[in-house]
Ligand binder design. Structure first.
Ligand code: NAP
Length: 305
């Protein structure tokens, strides 16, 4: 009998995972905030995935966080700023055999979650898949990608990666997941805040090469100081490559701001600046960028934490 996949966070990535696991015949249950969300979900008839123009509904069963059944496998698919509170809402259902897969972007939320539920095993993930919601309980699979999973505390891969293969979720076990998370954070810090401040697509940063290069130099120092030399390697050429390859796209932070959604700034640029302070490393341009971004978000009336 397969272990049930509990998916907490029926947003873009949570729905993308839940529907593919359910399609493969694996047991999946959605964990919803409260009875009101549960009723809304019931009325919708299930989760809808839109993929290559095809729309398919999956009647994945739902339950509320305070339901009493134990959870052995939990996919935490909320935003970084919601992760700690979300896991606290199901902490009473987790024990030493429970495994959590943390899909949050950036860094900081993974440690907060692990401290909140020390009894459980926490596996971090970094994904390049892309999805967005075009309605409540409806998600569009917008970009194929890859998901790396890893556990810095225990390098042995879990057996249930077979479930991901069965569900057609492209993935790999990564012995250096922290390197991947730091590298992605650094790319994000070099690109995303500037696209918000200059209100441009990624390609617009080709007009701001010097500023990007200065940020890359500070990020390289920071990664080395944080004991992440592999994440620092050739950062600037990769940032330039990403800017070119994604020139026509708006960054995720730009999209969040344009849609008046809260950003994950505290787990990206905010986390970088906090780490620099801890290591007593001066990164004046990144710090100034953080302050400009916070002022910009404040002006728009959006949360800046
Ligand atoms: P999202 O669409 O905003 O979905 C988050 C979901 O979590 C929402 O449905 C939200 O419910 C739910 N949630 C939050 N707190 C909860 C709680 N306490 N109990 C139950 N549900 C709760 O976010 P996303 O785009 O999937 O992003 C999730 C993470 O993946 C982020 O860190 C993001 O950066 C990362 N990521 C996303 C993508 C992508 O393409 N979307 C790609 C790579 C990485 P409500 O709707 O009720 O608020």
């Amino acid at each position: 009998m397969s272990t049930t996949w509990h998916v907490l966070g029926a947003g873009s990535l949570g729905t993308l995972w839940a529907t593919r696991l359910a399609r493969a015949g694996l047991p999946v249950r959605l964990v919803l905030r409260n009875e009101a969300r549960m009723q809304a979900y019931r009325a919708s008839g299930g989760l809808t995935l839109v993929e290559q123009g095809q729309t398919q509904r999956y009647p994945v069963p739902g339950e509320t966080a305070d339901s009493p059944e134990p959870i052995k496998r939990l996919l935490l698919a909320c935003k970084a700023y919601d992760a700690e509170a979300a896991v606290a809402s199901v902490a009473h259902r987790l024990d030493a055999e429970s495994e959590l897969i943390l899909l949050q972007n950036g860094l900081g939320s993974q440690d907060a979650v692990a401290n909140r539920v020390p009894q459980a095993r926490c596996i971090s993930a970094s994904s390049t898949e892309g999805a967005f919601r075009d309605g409540d309980w409806r998600v569009v699979f917008a970009g194929h990608g890859y998901t790396w999973l890893g556990d810095p505390a225990h390098p042995v891969a879990p057996f249930w990666l077979d479930d991901l293969s069965a569900a057609g979720i492209p993935h790999a076990w990564s012995a250096d997941i922290l390197t991947r998370l730091w590298r992605k954070l650094a790319l994000n810090c070099a690109i995303n805040p500037l696209t918000v401040l200059y209100h441009c697509k990624n390609g617009g940063l080709q007009e701001h090469r010097c500023e990007v290069a200065t940020l890359c130099a500070e990020l390289t120092d920071l990664l080395e100081r944080c004991g992440q030399p592999a994440a620092a390697e050739d950062l600037q050429p990769e940032v330039e490559r990403v800017i070119q390859a994604t020139a026509a796209n708006y960054s995720s932070m730009h999209q969040d701001v344009a849609n008046r959604r809260r950003t994950e700034i505290s787990y990206l640029l905010g986390h970088a600046c906090k780490a620099a302070r801890r290591h007593e490393l001066a990164i004046p341009h990144l710090e100034q960028l953080r302050q400009r971004l916070i002022a910009h978000l404040d002006n728009l009336g959006l949360p800046s934490d």
